[in-house]
Design a protein around this ligand. Structure first.
Ligand code: MOS
Length: 754
């Protein structure tokens, strides 16, 4: 009898395909008569194109077309309605306006990628440039508008009799006020954006990495002026999303429109340099946190303001205080506010805990400053201010075990006995210090998710849903939850994802794929088992023909009853059916009366070189409260990866926007630094594995028919990256006595003070 694989270590179902190179990513697909595209990008940030001369490129070997702004022959159309939120607000190559440095201004299509690339270098463009708006400090600040979750960008809750947040702060015994800055950060997925577009009549098949296949294809259909059902998007293997593949950027429509115009399949692969301007980034950001507290560190007021950029091409709202400062600590007076400044900068978008990671860096650094100011231990301070109801709404959480994260983390890490006084642990050239911080991330509900379960006559099952696997392991999650629901081994379940021909799947966004998908798989499994029983009593050749459904019991892949036992495959074979399938009801509606978050606590040790200012992370412990864990191995990888993002955020990652040109200064992985193995210590990750009793989806009645073990999961994709940068910065302070509020904490910010 197979044990359920839920919560155990399961190898990736596609692991072997990936490590042997057999898995086909978007750019690996082939097509007969394939043509290759290469983009030419703008070298000004704001202004107009005055001329584009394609002659030299057209005369270059193998060149088929040069599509140049403003009057390219490409047919592209506005995207309206809901789909507009998934794309940009301008038509590429259809106007002479330049909106950011690195925008596509022409596209060359040739017989080979090399011919296209070389010819692209021969396209000459002249501009009428205007000075770009590049400074969020200098441009006017306006309210950011509603957050992703629809909450207002500004919120103020005051205790009775308190006139303003400033008054609440002024009345507090201890006040901490701190301003934080961070530069542009990039997703830098390993796989460059690559598109293959193949037309068949008025139907187009697109291979591209997409985090939200359904809306992506819908936006694509509108861009191309065709019906939604005329677009099939295949996104089976994806080399990293991190937010960069949420939006339909200019690349995919350009490739598809060129393929239509040319009458040949077209492949477009962005260069690494183009990835830095054409596929989004995290906005640079200024944040101000003010905390008012008693001498014992009990919060009386929390104020968190942010100013982010608003590119002209995309209306993404950066709201770092939302779901960090409005959710984390109990306080009678609360104020969060998000402002933006319009800039001529490439489109920014969600990136790796988009709001929560920078928001928690600011809040959790300020909390450490409050710990220093009050002399209260940082863990004690947080336990003292734990919220039992969501501060912004007053609602209870569906499940919250944050206190256990603190206690277990402190114990595993060896927090007790830490010296709160900086520079007390010295080993030769190295100053040692420890720090901690809290993690919080919303468990977004996703409506309209459908799974399909198919039982086959060879005793295997196929579970299908159009979600995508960005490298996170979602295909394996689908297989595990299907196996659990059917009571059969994972090896007998084939997951089918990443194709818009499948039932609408969960978006691989906002750490929501697993908890949006699993209950739907369970529901579909239940439906198909009911169908199996119905067939068993109605099919002529079935041993149960004429019996009642109530006489049958399904257990672990086998139907029992009235002295017979048959596997589902055997029954299907007996009655002459190759397979049966059922879908789930569309699920994922919010559960009223609750808020849902995942939580965690990070503990970190760093050493800082006294002479060079070099900071190394030496130890890291993260304890996460993420509900039911589906695949412990993949979950651990997600959390470790999140902490590594935190190392990047704290110590390495930034891009400078040149103020006079509007150019992002870094465009290679030699100068945009991300952590490499040598930067990453062994990261100790623990998951509490406490199933969320509310997030159980439509089922969870413990019936004999389906496994109930796969319910109660919450998201964990981004929780590792929220707060981890603050834990590192707090450890740097403990090591050196230097508080750096401007990440990344590079040596130049430390060395003069050491
Ligand atoms: Mo993510 S930044 O939720 O794609």
């Amino acid at each position: 009898m197979p044990r359920s694989q839920v919560g155990r270590d399961t190898d990736r179902v596609d692991g072997r395909l990936k490590v042997t190179g057999a898995a086909e990513y978007s750019g690996d697909y082939r097509a007969a008569d394939l043509a290759h595209a290469h983009l030419v990008t703008s070298t000004i940030a704001r202004g107009t194109i005055t001329s584009i001369d394609p002659a030299a490129a057209l005369a270059s070997p193998g060149v088929l077309r040069v599509y140049a702004a403003p009057e390219s022959r490409l047919a592209l159309y506005e995207v309206t309605g809901q789909a507009a939120g998934f794309t940009e607000n301008y038509l590429p190559l259809k106007s002479d306006v330049v909106r950011f440095h690195g925008q596509a201004v022409a596209m060359v299509v040739a017989e080979t990628p090399e011919q296209a690339r070389d010819a692209a270098a021969l396209v000459t463009v002249t501009y009428d440039a205007q000075p770009p708006r590049t400074s969020i400090a200098d441009e006017p600040h306006v309210p950011a508008g509603p957050t992703i979750s629809g909450a207002p960008s500004s919120l103020e809750i005051l205790a009775p009799g308190v006139g303003s947040i400033d008054a609440a702060l002024a009345a507090s015994d201890v006040v901490v006020e701190a301003e934080f800055h961070q530069n542009v950060q990039h997703h830098v997925g390993m796989e460059p954006h690559a598109i293959l577009a193949v037309w068949d009549g008025d139907q187009v098949t697109i291979h591209a990495g997409a985090q939200i296949p359904g809306p992506y294809a819908l936006a694509m259909a509108q861009r191309l002026g065709i019906l939604p059902q005329s677009v099939r998007l295949i996104t089976r293997y994806v080399g990293g999303g991190f937010g960069a593949r949420v939006v339909l950027w200019s690349d995919t429509p350009l490739a598809a429109a060129a393929a239509r115009e040319l009458g040949r399949p077209v492949r477009l692969v962005l260069t690494r340099e183009q990835m830095f301007t054409l596929t989004g980034h995290r906005s640079h950001l200024t944040q101000t946190v003010r905390l008012g507290a008693s001498r014992q560190g009990v919060l009386n007021a929390v104020s968190h303001r942010s100013v982010a950029e608003r590119p002209t091409t995309i209306a993404f709202t950066m709201t770092p205080a939302h779901s960090t400062s409005d959710a984390l600590y109990r306080t009678p007076n609360l104020h969060v506010d998000a402002q933006v400044a319009v800039l001529d900068i490439p489109g920014s978008r969600a990136m790796r805990g988009p709001n929560e990671a920078p928001g928690a860096f600011a809040l959790e650094t300020a909390m450490d400053e409050l710990a220093v100011a009050t002399g209260v231990d940082p863990v004690t301070l947080r336990l003292r201010n734990q919220a039992t109801a969501h501060p912004a709404t007053g609602l209870p959480w569906s499940s919250k075990h944050l206190d256990e994260c603190y206690r277990l983390g402190a114990e595993r890490f060896g927090w007790a006995g830490r010296s709160a006084t900086p520079r007390t642990r010295v080993d030769g050239q190295w100053l040692y210090g420890t720090g901690m911080a809290t993690a919080i991330y919303p468990a977004h509900r996703r409506a309209g998710v459908v799974a399909r379960v198919r039982l086959l006559d060879d005793d295997t099952a196929v579970v299908s849903t159009a979600t995508s696997d960005l490298g996170t392991g979602s295909a394996t999650m689908v297989a595990i939850s299907g196996a659990d629901a059917l009571g059969i081994p994972v090896q007998r379940v084939t997951p089918e994802i990443g194709d818009t021909l499948l039932p609408p799947g969960a978006p691989a966004v906002g750490s929501s794929g697993t908890h949006a998908t699993v209950p739907m798989v369970v529901d579909a499994a239940r439906n198909v088992i009911a169908e199996l029983k119905r067939l068993a009593v109605t099919a002529d050749r079935s041993p149960w023909h004429g019996a009642a459904v109530e006489d049958l019991r399904y257990e672990r892949g086998i139907l029992h009853g009235l002295g017979h036992s048959l596997t589902f495959g055997r029954l299907l074979t007996t009655i002459g059916s190759p397979g049966i399938y059922k879908e789930s009801a569309p699920g994922g509606q919010p559960v009223p009366g609750y808020v849902h978050h995942s939580f965690g606590a990070h503990f970190c040790e760093v050493r800082v070189n006294r002479f060079t200012g070099e900071t190394r992370v030496t130890r890291f412990t993260t304890v996460a409260d993420v509900g039911r864990v589906i695949n412990a191995k993949a979950a651990r990888s997600q959390l470790v990866g999140g902490v590594i993002f935190g190392i990047g955020h704290a110590l390495l990652e930034e891009n400078h926007l040149e103020l006079d040109t509007g150019r992002l200064a870094s465009s290679t992985l030699a100068d945009y630094l991300v952590p490499v193995n040598a930067d990453v210590p062994d990261i100790d990750v623990v998951m509490l594995d406490r199933p969320d009793p509310v997030l159980t989806g439509p089922l969870g009645d413990g019936s004999e028919d389906v496994g109930t073990g796969s319910l109660g999961a919450r998201g964990l994709g981004e929780i590792g990256t929220v707060g981890s940068a603050a834990a590192i910065g707090n450890a740097v302070y403990n090591a050196t006595g230097i508080r750096v509020r401007d990440v990344p904490i590079t040596l130049d910010k430390l060395i003069d003070h050491l």
